[in-house]
Design a protein around this ligand. Sequence first.
Ligand SMILES: [Zn+2]
Length: 91
Amino acid sequence: MRWCGRASGLARPRANQTTIGVLEHNLLGIPPEPGTAAALVVAFRRAGTCLTHRPLDVTTASDAQRIARCASCGNRMHLGDAGEWVVTAAS
Ligand SMILES: [Zn+2]
């Protein structure tokens, strides 16, 4: 019987360079390489938006409505009438 598992076929650990770049920026203040997706994410964040918001529910008992923060851009969000997370307009 032939061993069909080849070393090159094994799942290699996948590092998400974008996530790493953004985390380096967030945690260590290291600016991402220009032209990378991470640089784009940080640039979008500075513009107050991101490609895909990743709302994390941070609602507490004292909140009148469901509150979240985007894990990517940090924008405050709330659950809109349509049942979808929308960025809360800065007032
Ligand atoms: Zn976002």
